[in-house]
Design a protein around this ligand. Structure first.
Ligand code: AMP
Ligand code: MG
Length: 267
C-alpha cells in the first residue's frame, strides 16, 4: 500500500471512491497502528542523523480540503520527531502585507534550512486553488502560477531541499461527517468556520482546480502523491512510510569528528 507519485494525468483520480484504499477493510486496526508506529520510529531515528548531517532540508507539503486531515496527520506522523529539528507553518488567508507581495514571498521565508524538516499545513498551492475557484485567476493566470511554482521548487531542489507533496483526498460524505462533528462537538467548534460550507458548496470547482494544479505541478523533482484520506489510520501509515523512505534514500551520515577532537580526553 505505497503511495505512488503522480506521473501523468491518468494518475489523478479524485472521485469519492478514490478516498478509500481498496481492500483496506481486511486489515485489523491493530495491525495498521503497529505498522504506523514502526514508520514513526523510523522517521525519529533517521531525523537524528538528518539533523546532524546538515546537508539536506526536507519540505513536506500537506494540501487538502477542510477536514481532510492535515492537522491529524501532523499530530500522528511527527509525534516522535525532536521538535528542535522541525518547523510547522500554516498558511491562511494572506494578510494585507502578504497580499502586497508576490505569492511566494511568505512561503519562501518558511522553507526549512538544511538539517531541518519543515511541514507546510496548506501552502503556496492555496494561492492558486482559491483564486482560481473564486474567479480571480483565469486559466492562463493559473498556468502561469503553476510554472512559477515549478521554477521555485526546482530552485529549492537544486539547493538541497527535498520536497514531498501530499494531497489528502477526502470524499464528500466523509467531509460532511467531519464538518458536522465540528459543529456539534464543543471541543471541535473552534475548527469550524462558516466559510468552510462555502468551499464545500464549490466541491466540483475545487476538484477541477485540484486536478489541473496537480497535473501541471507534478514534476520529476517534486511529484504529488494523492493520499486516500477517509480512513485516518491508513492515511497516517501511508504518509509516514513515504516520509521514512524519503529520509532513508538521502544517504545520511554523521559528520566525522575532526582529528583534534579525537585526541582529546575529558578529565
Ligand atoms: P485553516 O487551514 O482551516 O486554518 O484555514 C485556512 C483558510 O485560509 C482556508 O480556508 C484556506 O483556503 C485559506 N487560505 C489559505 N491560503 C490562502 C490564499 N493564498 N488565498 C486565499 N485563501 C487562503
Ligand atoms: Mg479550516
Amino acid at each position: 500500500m505505497k503511495l505512488h507519485p503522480v506521473k501523468s494525468a491518468r494518475d489523478i483520480r479524485l472521485d469519492d471512491d478514490d478516498a478509500r484504499v481498496p481492500g483496506a477493510g481486511r486489515q485489523s486496526g491493530k495491525a495498521v497502528e503497529r505498522a504506523t508506529a514502526k514508520q514513526v520510529e523510523r522517521i525519529a531515528t533517521l531525523q537524528r542523523v538528518f539533523y546532524a548531517d546538515g546537508r539536506h532540508a526536507l519540505l513536506i507539503v500537506l494540501q487538502g480540503r477542510d477536514a481532510s486531515g492535515k492537522d491529524g496527520t501532523i499530530r500522528k506522523v511527527f509525534t516522535a520527531v525532536n521538535p528542535q529539528g522541525c518547523t510547522v507553518s500554516s498558511f491562511g488567508v494572506p494578510t494585507p502585507l502578504e497580499a502586497r507581495h508576490d505569492f511566494l514571498w511568505r512561503v519562501h521565508a518558511q522553507v526549512p534550512p538544511r538539517g531541518m524538516i519543515g511541514i507546510f499545513n496548506r501552502s503556496h498551492y492555496e494561492d492558486i486553488l482559491v483564486p482560481r475557484v473564486h474567479g480571480q485567476l483565469d486559466k492562463d493566470g493559473m498556468l502561469e502560477r503553476c510554472e512559477q511554482v515549478n521554477d521555485f521548487e526546482r530552485m529549492l531542489g537544486e539547493n538541497g531541499v527535498t520536497i514531498l507533496k501530499f494531497m489528502l483526498h477526502v470524499s464528500r460524505d466523509e467531509q460532511r461527517r467531519r464538518l458536522q462533528e465540528r459543529i456539534e462537538d464543543p471541543e471541535k467548534n473552534w475548527k469550524f468556520r462558516a466559510g468552510d460550507l462555502d468551499d464545500r458548496a464549490r466541491w466540483d470547482e475545487f476538484t477541477r482546480a485540484y486536478r489541473a494544479v496537480l497535473k501541471h505541478t507534478s514534476t520529476k523533482h517534486a511529484p504529488w502523491r494523492i493520499v486516500p484520506a477517509d480512513d485516518k489510520p491508513l492515511r497516517d501509515r501511508m504518509v509516514a512510510e513515504t516520509i521514512a523512505d524519503a529520509l532513508d534514500g538521502l544517504d545520511l551520515r554523521y559528520p566525522k569528528a575532526d582529528t583534534t577532537v579525537k585526541d582529546l580526553t575529558v578529565e
